[in-house]
Write a protein that binds this ligand. Structure first.
Ligand code: FAD
Length: 368
């Protein structure tokens, strides 16, 4: 969407076509585990049909592209051939389905159809288990609990996202999940989903008639790899203008491994606003108006009523330090003597300051 919109802003004449495997017109994904799942929002569409018509952007839903022919300058969706001068791959990522016995019984959450199925299942659920304590797992567990479903969040990590965000932050995440009404059980691995519920490796079976697997995603890079584009760790390698290893082929969003102009290296980022930014850059560059990815990556997450905000390069840190506030906190992440990340809860000033310090490679404002 962002790529098509930005291309059109820079080029009024060239035909633009979006092909998407999704049956629905483009929608916002972040609310799917939050307001939508809680039943507080139904309409998550980004634009109505008229918006596309007004910009002469053709969109075809339910069109899964299965082949990219670089030499022939065309993509194929089944038998349908679509020729291109320029192509932008924004295929995103798909949830990784669990492989343990009974894993196919778990619901997944990526698309609007997935979210609708989950919300419907929650209406009659006597109890639920959410597997995986990443942000989507934490958000979904909190939202299901707020709907009145008794829910248990289980994960191998003792505390949610302890490895990524540090122990202090992870404890607060666990508390926010609990305050929203979900039970957190860390340090366990699911061995099976059976007729009763979810069996863990400690021998305990948690009764549940609804299981959500929030166990990570796999970038949808197959067609790019098969076409011979440079792909690393399942992501399409692009420069800071979103150009791939082939001329006139761009990639953006969760499927891309993009070079960040300020960080000076490629970053793995799976955030909504960064996908929008990268899409805009790809569209602009494809329309011969060069621009580079330079904003500090970041996202917001809502666990129950609490919103946490995060800016970071996202590829690790050497030290983390939590600063408590009256009704919130800030965690500063540093490598060497510069800030590389900031996580805030009810501390918007630090969130803004953190973005600047990270971009300018300056130290975090806490005593050493
Ligand atoms: C439930 C949920 C909550 C989230 N909450 C947040 C949040 O609060 N904050 C945040 O920053 N991020 C959040 N995210 C992550 C964010 O939504 C993603 O980073 C973002 O959607 C990535 O955008 P994208 O365009 O790269 O990929 P996607 O949004 O995944 O879009 C890719 C599209 O390409 C289509 N597609 C894939 N392969 C093909 C093909 N071969 N042919 C045709 N079409 C294809 C897919 O059907 C899909 O429509 C959330 C994600 C989920 C699932």
């Amino acid at each position: 969407m962002a790529a098509a919109e930005s291309f059109r802003e820079h080029d009024a004449d060239t035909p633009v076509r979006i092909l998407t495997a999704d049956a629905d017109l483009p929608y916002a994904r972040p609310p799917l585990s939050k307001e939508y799942l809680r039943g507080q929002a139904d309409d998550v569409a980004l634009h109505q049909v008229q918006w596309f018509d007004d910009r002469a952007i053709e969109i075809t839903c339910g069109a899964a592209v299965d082949r990219l022919d670089l030499a022939g300058r065309a993509v194929y969706a089944g038998e349908e051939r679509h020729a291109f001068d320029t192509v932008i791959l924004a295929c995103g990522a798909a949830p990784t389905a669990p492989t343990f016995p009974g894993g196919e019984r778990a619901l997944l959450l990526r698309s609007l159809a997935d979210a609708a199925a989950l919300r419907n299942a929650s209406i009659n659920a006597a109890s639920a288990v959410v597997i995986g304590s990443g942000f989507i797992g934490c958000e979904a567990a909190a939202s299901l609990a707020l709907r009145g479903v008794p829910v248990t969040l289980v994960a191998p990590e003792p505390l949610p996202q302890e490895k990524r965000l540090g122990t202090d932050a992870a404890k607060r995440l666990r508390d926010l999940v609990s305050e929203a009404g979900a039970r957190h059980v860390g340090g366990v691995t699911v061995e099976e989903i059976n007729d009763v519920g979810v069996r863990l490796d400690d021998g305990v079976t948690i009764d549940s008639d609804l299981v959500l697997a929030a166990t990570g995603v796999t970038p949808q890079s197959r067609i790019a790899a098969e076409a011979g584009l440079a792909v690393r760790d399942s992501r399409i390698v692009v420069d800071s203008g979103m150009a791939t290893s082939a001329p006139d082929v761009y990639a953006a969003g969760d499927v891309a491994l993009a070079r960040h102009e300020v960080a000076g290296r490629h970053l793995v980022i799976e955030h909504w606003q960064d996908a929008v930014d990268q899409g805009s850059i790809a569209g602009s560059c494809a329309a011969a108006s060069p621009t580079k990815w330079s904003g500090v990556p970041g996202f917001w997450t809502s666990i129950g009523d609490a919103t946490l905000k995060y800016h970071a390069w996202g590829d690790g840190y050497e030290r983390s330090r939590m600063v408590q506030h009256r009704d919130g906190f800030t965690v500063w992440y540093e490598s060497g003597d510069v800030a590389v990340g900031v996580l805030t809860y009810n501390a918007d000033d630090d969130y803004g300051l953190g973005e600047r310090l990270i971009a300018e490679r300056r130290p975090a404002p806490v005593p050493t």
